[in-house]
Design a binder for this molecule. Structure first.
Ligand code: PSU
Ligand code: MN
Length: 301
């Protein structure tokens, strides 16, 4: 039932490097028309790095690993595309409609298609506040073995709580050139990673050991945002506090919370959080390609 595009299927069959990309960040995480530019630029960054991009989404009821240009545009530019976590995947399939995949849903589909590396921006995690909102990204990271390249979890979340939840779920948290979990918009959180690697070959070596052991969870490869666009942690904290207060006041709940907070922080930082978000997405696509290429090379040796 999962349809793999021909370029992606060919690459997987020949054990060449493939990098999965998600569609929720396009449909719900970035404003139009920037989202479409970023979707295309991430695919280009993966291709420039020597890997085949596989953007994941559901188009007219068909779960697809590897969208073509028109399908990426449809995810980015159509109103009302559902935001799908793993639990929701059956809904657009049953109804023949479209859906954009979050980190969790992208892992489910790409992992089953045989893709080993997935690059995104920030994972979902434990939200701040009293309502015990924990992203199903954590659950999926605990049960689908893949390298997931990210800039940590968005600082709108409870980062220490997210770190603990990852540990409980059995996710290996790896710093890419850092000893600390990045805080998405900024490089540092003061929270330690499990282990550090300093290049793509070391990441590939760690992944091959993880895979060889048959461990169920993900290897979360955490890459600091590019220094030039990264924001100051204290500055962004003020914007986050206001965004959280706004969400509470307006009664924002469930899957609307993350898109709401991202928009509010972008507005409060005069768009600079958006520039940081775009820069880290492209950077993570590049790192994902380098790691996928290193894995393919080591597997062929
Ligand atoms: N991080 C971003 N932009 C996003 C998301 C994360 O910078 O759009 C999306 C991802 O798809 C992630 C999802 O999987 O938000 C988490 O949503 P929730 O907290 O509702 O599980
Ligand atoms: Mn949630």
């Amino acid at each position: 039932m999962i349809r793999t595009s021909s370029p992606v299927a060919a690459a997987l069959a020949e054990r060449r490097a493939v990098v999965a990309l998600e569609s929720t960040v396009l449909a719900h995480g970035l404003p139009r028309p920037r989202n479409l530019e970023v979707g295309r630029a991430m695919e280009q960054a993966v291709a420039d790095g020597g890997a085949v991009p596989a953007t994941v989404g559901i188009v007219a009821g068909v779960p697809r690993v590897g969208l073509d240009a028109a399908q990426v545009e449809r995810m980015a530019m159509t109103d009302g595309v559902l935001k799908l976590s793993t639990r929701d995947l059956a809904v657009p399939v049953a109804r023949g409609t479209d859906g954009a995949t979050t980190v969790a849903a992208t892992m489910w589909l790409a992992g089953r298609a045989g893709v080993q590396v997935f690059a995104t921006g920030g994972i979902g995690g434990v939200h701040r506040g009293e309502d015990r909102d924990v992203s199903a990204d954590i659950t999926e990271l605990g049960r689908t073995p893949m390298v997931v390249v990210c800039a940590g979890a968005k600082s709108v979340l409870d980062l220490p709580g997210t770190r603990e939840a990852l540990e409980t779920a059995g996710v290996l948290v790896v710093g890419y050139g850092t000893d600390e979990l990045p805080a998405f918009y900024s490089a540092r959180s003061g929270i330690a990673v499990d282990v550090r690697v300093d290049d793509a070959d070391q990441a590939a070596e760690l992944w091959r050991a993880h895979r060889g052991l048959g461990l169920p969870g993900a290897l979360l490869l955490c890459v600091p945002p590019p220094a030039e666009q990264a924001l100051d942690a204290d500055e962004v904290e003020g914007a986050i506090a206001d965004a959280l207060a706004g969400a509470r006041r307006e009664g924002i709940r469930g899957k609307e919370v993350t898109p709401y907070l991202l928009r509010a922080v972008a507005a409060a930082t005069g768009g600079r959080s958006l520039e940081a978000n775009v820069a880290l997405l492209l950077n993570n696509a590049r790192v994902g390609a380098a790691v996928a290429v290193a894995i393919a090379r080591a597997d062929a040796a």
